[in-house]
Write a protein that binds this ligand. Sequence first.
Ligand SMILES: [Zn+2]
Length: 283
Amino acid sequence: MKASFRNLILTRFLLLILAFGPAMGVTHTVQKSETCYSISRKFQVPVSALMAANGIKDPRELKLGQKVKIPSKSSSKKTSVKKGKTVKLAAKVSRKVSRKVAPPRRKSLRVVIDAGHGGRDRGAVWGGVRESALNLRVAYRVEALLKAKGYAVTMIRRSDRYVSLGHRATIANRYGNSIFVSIHFNATKHTSVRGIETFYVGKRGSYLAKSIQRELVKNLRTRNRGIRYRRFSVLRQTTCPAVLVECGFISNSYERSRCKTTSYQAAAARAIVSGIERYDRAY
Ligand SMILES: [Zn+2]
């Protein structure tokens, strides 16, 4: 009778350890230059769980020599649920991160992005605004958005450097199943002129131009100067569907003040990407 009672106690104790053991985790003493982030990486637990387990509200609160509880991986989720608002937010963030980590479905189309001008060729310069710099900023945004959507991307230039028109086309012609999108801002001595226009060569180029132009006009709410067939050297020499997008006139003071802003550049990039996506779906 006594022995079976002891066994019962032992079994209960073991069950308790199994149930709460993982939640106890381990303790870690904060070393020099360690942060919530580096500790969470070290023990492979979410920062949110680490902060929740130690009641840390501001990650900068961490002090040298401080003892922090490391939540076990399995318990981090439980802790998150129990600790209310802050942790709910943290869980949201970690969900967002895991969504980001999931690789997007690979698209077969490659987009060659050409930030117009660069280096000694500054493009148009008006009111202290250099076209080559604007082109590159928009190009970077287009690149990031396209990559997030699973497109293969080639950037003709990634810094303020000169690339000849011939070499731009040569780079573009290295790839099969690609499109070439040259990004520019416009200028003319007639300073009242403003709006968006897109140039193209070839039939497929015209489809791509139409699609991008439509999105740009819709997104940027500016004058629609339409799409135009123009045998610009950089377009002529590329073998794939090619367009040259003029995202606005920096010679017009009103439009220049818009073009300078990151919100305008971001909107232009989003529109170019939507246009590319529409084209990709349709052709
Ligand atoms: Zn230009």
